[in-house]
Design a protein around this ligand. Sequence first.
Ligand code: MV4
Length: 450
Amino acid sequence: MFSKILIANRGEIALRVIRTCKEMGIKTVAVYSTADKDSLHVRFADEAVCIGPPSSAESYLSIPKIMAAVEITNADAVHPGYGFLAENADFAEICTEYGVKFIGPTPDMMKSMGDKITAKETMIKAKVPVVPGSEGLLKDVKEGIKISNKIGYPVMLKATAGGGGKGMRIIWNDDEFQEGWDSARKEAAASFGNDGMYVEKFVEEPRHIEIQIIGDQYGKVIHLSERDCSIQRRHQKLVEECPSPFMTDDLRKKMGAAAIKAGKAINYEGVGTVEFLVDKYRKFYFMEMNTRIQVEHCVTEEVIDHDLIKEQIKVAAGIKISGKSYFPQMHAIECRINAEDPYNDFRPSPGKINSFHSAKGHGVRVDTHVYAGYVVPPYYDSMIAKIICRAQTREEALTKMSRALDEFIVEGIKTTIPFHKKLMKDENFRKGNFNTGFIDTFDLGEEPSE
Ligand code: MV4
């Protein structure tokens, strides 16, 4: 087992990793920017190294700064968390060169999923269902139009370097193709420095359902059931839950088996997530694979009662996975609390938290790095807390979440709490009647006056 892990991250995920390391008897090293000097991850780690000024590029994204911290503290493994360097193949490679274990997949596994066309080709070979479309890169508009007529409009034009909605266009007919092609390519070139495009059938009103997997170094891959992440706004997830209200035992078996095939196809090692689009007929299609621990991993932890960070560290240390895939034993739902104003286009709302009272009680878990007096810096992601509620049934979990949101107090900044309160009481949401378009038409109503 590792003796000292450096956590190359900040916020709640850095704290989350520190907690598990403590329970496993592993020493921890925090790294922090000057903007985070008063953060809890700095206080709770055994050692802490300042790695630069507030800007991410000069701190949490700086490979030389992080490697210097690894060197001076003698850490024997690095946990990247999510975001920042978590899916940076160069960073994983450099860690290996330095003789420190990168807790995650190998650079090859990361690269094979980072390029969407390569990922799709790998899935076709592995017999994982994909959305019908072009094979490989599109040469030009002419080829794109020809394929679109074959599969039938509407189609979606996507950047091979994309993900998260950038460089993506819905196209409804031949006449729209050229303009969509030009604008999507320009966006992809600017965002990723790669303007390679592919096209596929547009799946209408899909649900976003992902399967958590874990693989060990000996070729074993199991799944840990699904998370429904259809409640998103501009490709930012707001709520995640398990079981998906749309799931059936039969569909879970099929999607679980497909996710395992996806993992095995690349000899996947570590925790990963296979994202699927699921249409109204419950047909599912591979979308992308995330080769990292995700924000919403807690939902899975609550329904299968296992610590995923612990499992991740164990497989990284070469321990074998024992046992079979896991099916949900409970219902869990997570609301992301962001320092944003839901009544003003979710604009970031950094600043000082004057008073803070966390929700508590049976079945309520709050993962957060903030406290009364904490100043939310403007430089990073705006998530300040995750509330995860679990109960025997979805109905009870939603009721518990409403209650938890009601007793959660954050003063001094705007948060997404009022949004979640309204959502938990929405009739269609409660019925499980939603897809990825739900938030586009959701009416938050007027801001309540104090
Ligand atoms: C799609 C799609 C419909 N059809 N692909 C959005 C982000 C990127 N990962 C892929 N995305 C989509 N791909 C086809 N062929 C609809 C989306 C999509 C979406 C997917 C999951 C969750 C929210 C979404 C919001 C808008 C579009």
